[in-house]
Write a protein that binds this ligand. Structure first.
Ligand code: NAD
Ligand code: UDP
Length: 328
């Protein structure tokens, strides 16, 4: 049993992670400022004696004694991270400095939830971890993309300079129950629109692609990255490194490589919900990446990880969840 801090624990991914960690017998401290997270996501955990909830903003320091930190605190949907872009950069930069300071002080292992957005609008396809990306530093998405890139830099520098035990995971588009109804991301938007019989809002011509990973697969990948068996000590290997005797610190891509165009995806949701919704075409947001697909060779080799839940099964579970929410 370990004592584990999950920042952003009341959010979509964080709540599933808290649940899995508790199920495996750990003590979990869930820390959240409730910007995009919700008590509804964790209400079922509140009676568990090994679960603790703290309302706190990670841009402020905090003193806690823990063994491991999963740093997930950050808005993830474009509409939410662009709502207060200065705050988004602060959360990703000042927040990770505070969490790395905590990890350094108590010698905790820390995992950073990074993102496929560090690859920007990629010119390499599919994306491997050694690709440095194509990111606009001054656009509307930069607060998130660059914030997450600086967070990776800080993780590596605390590791090299202070010996902090780090893990970096680059999460690709993830979906599942507990995404917020008003989240603005494509999966929740399309399902809610289909269930309400509203137009499905495809941005641009819908030729851009994304690859969608079900949340339980993602959580499994995060935990394997955090808890991989120790193979030795010393400086960790970076992506593509050949040092098998040291823990693998990443970065590692975790995502489902099955790629869809957004138009195909809209048609799939209409078919699966049996909806009468029609597709409407809307302006493409600035700097919207044209294609995205993870290369997961490294996750397979180093963590023995691969996605298990098919898109049909994952969407069925997600549609069922939203039926309950939209119906209410
Ligand atoms: P989410 O918005 O549901 O969860 C984020 C949580 O962080 C929320 O509960 C929010 O209230 C909290 N939070 C935000 N700023 C905070 C702050 N300053 N202090 C404390 N708490 C704060 O998003 P999610 O989809 O669950 O994403 C979780 C993490 O995974 C994020 O770091 C995100 O960047 C990363 N990620 C997610 C995806 C995805 O497809 N869902 C893809 C790539 C990366
Ligand atoms: N998208 C869309 N309609 C929507 C919401 C999103 O066509 O109602 C598109 C969006 O332009 C992008 C893709 O779906 O190309 C994924 O968007 P999301 O916000 O889910 O994630 P991200 O762009 O961060 O991958």
């Amino acid at each position: 049993m370990a004592r584990i801090l999950v920042t952003g624990g009341a959010g979509f991914i964080g709540s599933h992670l808290c649940e899995r960690l508790l199920n495996e017998g750990n003590e979990v401290i869930c820390l959240d400022n409730f910007f995009t997270g919700s008590k509804d996501n964790i209400i079922h955990l509140m009676d568990n004696k090994r679960f603790e909830l703290i309302r706190h903003d990670i841009i402020e320091p905090i003193l806690l004694e823990v063994d491991k930190v999963y740093n997930l605190a950050s808005p993830a949907s474009p509409i939410h991270y662009q709502y207060n872009p200065v705050k988004t950069t602060k959360t990703n930069v000042m927040g990770i400095i505070n969490m790395l300071g905590l990890a350094k002080r108590v010698r905790a292992r820390i995992l950073q939830a990074s993102t496929s957005e560090v690859y920007g609008d990629p010119t390499v396809h599919p994306q491997k971890e050694d690709y440095w990306g194509n990111v606009n530093p001054i656009g509307p998405r930069s607060c998130y993309d660059e914030g997450k890139r600086v967070a990776e830099t800080l993780m590596m520098d605390y590791h090299r300079q202070n010996g902090v035990d780090i893990r970096i995971v680059r999460i690709f588009n993830t979906y599942g129950p507990r995404m917020a109804l008003n989240d603005g991301r494509v999966v929740s938007n399309f399902i809610v629109q289909a269930l309400k019989g509203e137009d499905i809002t495809v941005y641009g011509e819908g030729s851009q692609t994304r690859s969608f990973c079900y949340v339980s697969d993602l959580v499994d990948g995060l935990m394997r990255m955090m808890d991989q068996p120790e193979k030795g000590s010393g400086q960790g290997s970076v992506a593509g490194g050949q040092q098998n005797q040291v823990p693998f610190i990443g970065p590692v891509n975790i995502g489902n490589p099955h790629e869809h165009t957004i138009l195909e995806f809209a048609e799939k949701i209409i078919a699966m919900t049996g909806s009468k919704s029609r597709i409407s075409f809307n302006p493409l947001p600035q700097d919207d990446p044209r294609q995205r697909q993870p290369d997961i060779t490294l996750a397979k080799e180093k963590l023995g990880w691969g996605p298990k839940v098919s898109i049909d099964e994952g969407l069925r579970l997600t549609i069922d969840y939203f039926k309950g929410k939209v119906g209410r």
